[in-house]
Design a protein around this ligand. Sequence first.
Ligand code: PMP
Length: 423
Amino acid sequence: MTWKNNRQLDLRERAQKVIPGGMYGHESTKLLPSDFPQFFDRAEGARIWDADGNEYVDFMCAYGPSLLGYGFKPVEEAAASQRARGDTLTGPSDVMIDLAEQFVAQISHADWAMFCKNGTDATSMAMVIARAYRDRKTILCAKGAYHGAAPWCTPRMAGITPGDRANIVYFEYNDADSLADAFKQHEGDVAGVFATPFRHEVFADQYVVDADYAQLARRLCDEADALLIVDEVRAGFRIARDCSWESLGVRPDLSSWGKCIANGYPISALLGSEKARTAASTVYVTGSFWFQAVPMAAALKTLEVVRTTDYLEQIQRSGQRLRDGLDGLAKAHGFGLRQTGPATMPQILFEEDRDFRIGYGWVTECMKRGVIFSPYHNMFLSTGHGDAEIDFSLEVADEAFRAVRARNAELEPHPVLVALLGL
Ligand code: PMP
């Protein structure tokens, strides 16, 4: 079937009239190549169909939530069974306690759990609890790290006042001196430090954190009696079945989780240690839909799969097959690829591609042949990505490298990107 986008273009036109900018936020295609589908129809496993019926192997996984594949049956059945009993009720279902117990049993640092909807809810709640803990103001965040879209952390400054950021202090990720200096500058007032499990910013290579640095962050927090917060919203369960820094010998006081914890159902979580329990019980945090029972039932089943199956080894293997295959193909076509981050959350950028035109050209060629990669954001593997999906993706990638090589002279940088990055 040949790729088409007639309906997509109609939908975009309609959306433009009734949705500001036609679409907003991280799922807007404004920064993607112009032909990328904005609206989708359905999905199953690792496959997704856009509004025109084009079928793709999808390496975005809804920007993370699909861990076990779209529509993974055991999770759907758990959700359906809870839905038959009720979802949004006057109080939570007892499944909330089951879920909290399961998180506490599974995540080493956690002694309690609170649930909300989006990752931003969980990180914002972590911020408030850290401030309530010793009644302090200063929150330390790594420069450029994404923790959500609330005024204290959104990456765009439209509509944000300096007051919204007054007590947010930035340091360089994985830089011991920079972190120590931030503590010194704000001695006596550091409430908490945010850390992502590894460095996973857009338009940049990803890199892992040094164990020494993670341990220093723990030590500095202990000395200052501040809370260490690991933001697992993006990386959770794609690096480990536990908190990602557990293998570095570092246990945070708080960890925020979201995206994949219910395989696509809307729920996020904040987990905490004993030390933060009193502060957590004093803050006022809530939402009309935070206590829905269906996403909790879906999360409970997802955690069971995480605990009892080899899902992690499966996605590691598929991610590595993709990475090795792409490396070989790129070399054969004379391209240098920079594939960084864990193989389960790959970032794929090109060497000598300062304005990203080669990457954008390549993902466009892949998309038109049935594979969705991102030219600037890390991607996500799910257990839906089996051998057949990886083999197909590599065949497509091979043709796309060839097509880009042939079109090399015509490639242009993306106009929005040129303006945004000042290229
Ligand atoms: N923290 C991190 C590390 C994230 O990657 C994200 C989302 N990309 C968030 C927080 C915010 O999550 P949400 O979009 O669900 O609010």
